[in-house]
Structures are given as structure tokens and as C-alpha cells.
Design a protein around this ligand. Structure first.
Ligand code: TXA
Ligand code: MG
Length: 350
């Protein structure tokens, strides 16, 4: 399949590309596009044949439902009911990096919802994404625009790397500002539950309702007794080709341990990358050191995380060592993605 790649420099002068991509969606094709969280791979959410193409292009398991992207807060055509707390969340955080789970109407095909009677919906805070949905004149189902299991793309080049030849159209534009996927809040239960942490933090949600909590499955490594309610959370995810290990604890001890492990790997003839902060950049003796950003700015670290994992693969290293972060605010989303990318290989440094 031939993939057209168009980069939007100015949304007004380049509007024809978004019009073209909107037409591709209307005709049952697939389009990768930027959002503020990560790039998405979209198709007409109401057309099961179109949605099947997303699963094929990504190699995605069919029991993993998709998030529907809308360009308005008015969603009564898609869901049975919007409970009061869900409405408050929508009013406060849309457009933005937040997905609500609600009971779906029959207009949503089972392929999109992976046979669940609920769906995830969000209104992205990206000019290009909103314009595309508007011009497609349909809601767009879109998972992240990566081959299943790989780190989600936050730059158009990474969509091209994974999906060129597998989708009809790729729109590039801004790089994704949030860098981790949307927070998912299950609003079919009361109080609502956070199924996946993201850019909208638990602390921010508690301002709407202090009873909103994290799904229990987020607090431990998934196992047979604890099935996450977001089906996608059970899969190995976000993983670079290199083996990733997290070292978490007091800073000085963490650095000491990373230095020891690096020596050990290098002695055995392996290449190693280290993911760390600006503040720690000069504290390592060996290895290819990459900064994720300042330790005082977890948002910056989230924004750079997936791209850094992919850069490590570009460097061709066999191992990546990453320091851990505090699990407050966006730190919770960062550690959730890191844990999964590392297959829960965490070493406590104290
Ligand atoms: O930020 C985002 O949400 C990005 C951009 C493209 O919008 N999309 C994204 O999609 O992360 P994806 O497919 O990579 O992740 C969707 C997650 C999966 O873990 C899936 O299991 C969960 O949402 N999900 C979707 N519908 C659900 C439902 N009805 N109930 C529970 N979880 C659901
Ligand atoms: Mg994904």
C-alpha cells in the first residue's frame, strides 16, 4: 500500500492536506495524525471494516478496544448516558488528555469497542486533530500510531518508521506536547476509577470528586488475579528493542548502582544507554547518557520519554538503564509506562 505523508506547517495554508485526509477517513481508509498526547492511527469509528484496518496495520490484539476521538463535547449520539461526574470531568478537561469510559450506543460497532458495551471517548487538544475530525464528519477511532508493543510515537518520523506502507495517510505537524497517552477514567462506576494514568493527574481529578481513585490493577504488576479493566493494560507495551531496567531510590545510591551495572555490561561486551535527568547528566563514568529533562519538571520528562526510548534503539544498545521517578502527579504516568516498557524489571537502590 502506498502511504501519503503530508506535513502541516501552517494549518490555514496547508488545509488541503487535512481535507484530503478527512476524505480518506470518510472512504474507509486509515490516517495517522498528531494529538497532544501521542500520534494516533485513525479510521471511521462507525465503520467496522475501516476499524479492522487499524488492528491489521498495528498488529493489535482484537480484544483491545479503541478510543473514539470527537471534536465536540456533545456526545449524546454515541453514548447512552453521561453521568453528572462525567459531565464535570468533560467540561473541565476537554479538549485535553483525558478519556472517559461510558456505556455505548449501538451505533458503535463491536470491532471498535472489542465487544465491550462501553467505549472510551476523548476530545483531543490539537488543532490538526480537531480539524481532521471535523472535516471527516465522523468520530475517529484511534489507538496510538505505533506497531503494537513499541513505544508510542510523539514525532511524525516515528509514525513513518512504524507505519509507512501499512496505512493510507500520515499527517505530521506538531510534536506531541504531553508525550504519554491520555488519562483513562471509567465513569460507568461511581465513584469513577482511573484505569490509566496520564497528563491529567489523579490530584487534578480529585478536585472534581475526592473519591476518584486508581484502579487496583495499577498498583501492582498485572497477574491472573488482577485483570486490568482497560484490556490494553495487560499487554507488554511501550517497549524498546533493548532490555530496559529501572533503578529507583535515593539519587546518589541510584547513580552508584547504575555506574556499577554499566561497567558490568560493558565488560561483557554490551553497549548500554542511560536515561537520566539534566541534573545527573555528568555523574556517569561510561555508557551513552541521554537526559529526559530536568528533575524539577516531570511534564518535560513525560514529553521526552517515548522518543528517548526509541533513540536508544537507534543507538543500537543492548541495555538501557533508567533512573526511577517519584509517583506523584505526572510521575505516576511516567512510572506506569516505564514499568511496562521494562517488563517490571525494577531494582530498588535502597
Ligand atoms: O492519548 C491517547 O489516548 C492516545 C491518542 C492517540 O488519543 N490513544 C491511545 O490509544 O492511547 P491506545 O489504543 O493506545 O490505548 C487505548 C487504551 C487501551 O489500554 C484500551 O484497553 C483502553 O484504552 N480502552 C479503550 N476502550 C476501553 C473501554 N471501553 N473500557 C476500558 N478500557 C478501554
Ligand atoms: Mg497504545
Amino acid at each position: 500500500m502506498e502511504t501519503k505523508v503530508a506535513i502541516i506547517k501552517d494549518i490555514n495554508t496547508d488545509i488541503r492536506f487535512i481535507e484530503e485526509a478527512g476524505k480518506v477517513i470518510r472512504n474507509g481508509g486509515t490516517v495517522a495524525f498528531p494529538t497532544e498526547t501521542v500520534y494516533g492511527l485513525g479510521a471511521n469509528a462507525l465503520d467496522d471494516e475501516a476499524v479492522k484496518k487499524i488492528f491489521i496495520a498495528k498488529g493489535r490484539p482484537q480484544d483491545n478496544p479503541l478510543i473514539i476521538h470527537v471534536s465536540t463535547k456533545e456526545i449524546s449520539g454515541l453514548v447512552k448516558d453521561v453521568p453528572e461526574v462525567a459531565q464535570k470531568i468533560i467540561d473541565k478537561f476537554w479538549p485535553g488528555p483525558l478519556t472517559v469510559i461510558l456505556e455505548k450506543k449501538d451505533i458503535i460497532p463491536n470491532v471498535t469497542s472489542a465487544n465491550l458495551n462501553t467505549i472510551g471517548i476523548r476530545m483531543p487538544n490539537s488543532e490538526i486533530a480537531l480539524k481532521l475530525i471535523e472535516l471527516a464528519e465522523r468520530p475517529i477511532a484511534a489507538p496510538s500510531a505505533n506497531i503494537s508493543g513499541r513505544p508510542s510515537p510523539t514525532e511524525v518520523e516515528r509514525c513513518v518508521e512504524d507505519l509507512n506502507g501499512r496505512v493510507d495517510y500520515i499527517i505530521g505537524g506538531e510534536s506531541s506536547d504531553i508525550g504519554v497517552e491520555s488519562t483513562i477514567v471509567d465513569c460507568t462506576v461511581n465513584p469513577p476509577l482511573v484505569l490509566r494514568p496520564g497528563g491529567i493527574t489523579l490530584e487534578m481529578l480529585k478536585e472534581i470528586n475526592p473519591e476518584i481513585e486508581l484502579d487496583k490493577a495499577l498498583k501492582s504488576k498485572p497477574n491472573d488475579d488482577f485483570k486490568p479493566k482497560a484490556p490494553g493494560m495487560k499487554y507488554k507495551h511501550y517497549a524498546p528493542n533493548a532490555h530496559l531496567k529501572i533503578i529507583k531510590g535515593k539519587n546518589e545510591k541510584t547513580i552508584e548502582i547504575i555506574n556499577e551495572i554499566v561497567e558490568n555490561y560493558i565488560e561483557k561486551g554490551n553497549d548500554v544507554a542511560i536515561l537520566t535527568t539534566n541534573e545527573n547528566l555528568n555523574k556517569f563514568n561510561n555508557g551513552k547518557v541521554i537526559s529526559l529533562g530536568s528533575e524539577n519538571d516531570l511534564k518535560e520528562i513525560a514529553k521526552n520519554l517515548f522518543e528517548a526510548l526509541r533513540k536508544c534503539d537507534d543507538l543500537g544498545v543492548q541495555y538501557i538503564l533508567c533512573q526511577g521517578f517519584e509517583e506523584n502527579g505526572v510521575g505516576l504516568a511516567i512510572m506506569n509506562r516505564l514499568n511496562k516498557a521494562a517488563g517490571y524489571d525494577i531494582l530498588r537502590s535502597e
